[in-house]
Write a protein that binds this ligand. Structure first.
Ligand SMILES: [Zn+2]
Length: 124
C-alpha cells in the first residue's frame, strides 16, 4: 500500500463532498482530500478545481520565481528532438526513437534513455 498524501489545492477542504467530511460523529469537518494518488497536476491535485485554485493563488509567483518567458522561443533543428515510440508489428514491443520535428531524422533510443528526463539530444 502506497503512502497517502494530501491534495495541494489551497481550498480543497472548502468543497462540500461526502468523502471530505471526516471525523467523529458530532464533530465532523470538511477536510483536505488524502489519497495514494492524485489525478491532476503531476499527481498533486485531486481535481481540476483544486489544480486551478492553486494556480490562481500561486501561479504568478511560481512563474516569476522560475523565470517568466519574455520573448518568443524558436523551434530549430538543434532543439527539435522529441522522444517517441513506434510499435514493432511482429513482436508488439515498443521501439523507442528520437525524432527531429524539423528534419524528420530518427535515431534509436533505449528504454532507459527514453525514461531518463535529463537525457536529450537537444542543444540547451
Ligand atoms: Zn483537492
Amino acid at each position: 500500500m502506497s503512502e497517502l498524501k494530501f491534495c495541494q489545492g489551497p481550498d480543497c477542504h472548502t468543497y462540500h463532498t461526502k468523502d471530505r467530511l471526516k471525523g467523529m460523529k458530532g464533530s465532523k469537518t470538511y477536510q483536505t482530500r488524502r489519497r495514494s494518488s492524485m489525478y491532476y497536476g503531476n499527481d498533486n491535485f485531486c481535481s481540476m478545481n483544486c489544480y486551478n485554485d492553486w494556480f490562481k493563488k500561486f501561479g504568478d509567483q511560481a512563474i516569476n520565481h522560475y523565470g517568466r518567458t519574455t520573448e518568443a522561443k524558436h523551434l530549430t533543428e538543434q532543439n527539435a528532438w522529441q522522444k517517441t515510440y513506434d510499435w514493432d508489428n511482429r513482436t508488439d514491443d515498443r521501439v523507442y526513437v528520437y525524432r527531429n520535428g524539423i528534419t524528420k531524422e530518427q535515431r534509436p533510443l533505449t528504454k532507459s534513455q527514453y525514461d531518463d528526463s535529463t537525457y536529450t539530444l537537444n542543444e540547451r
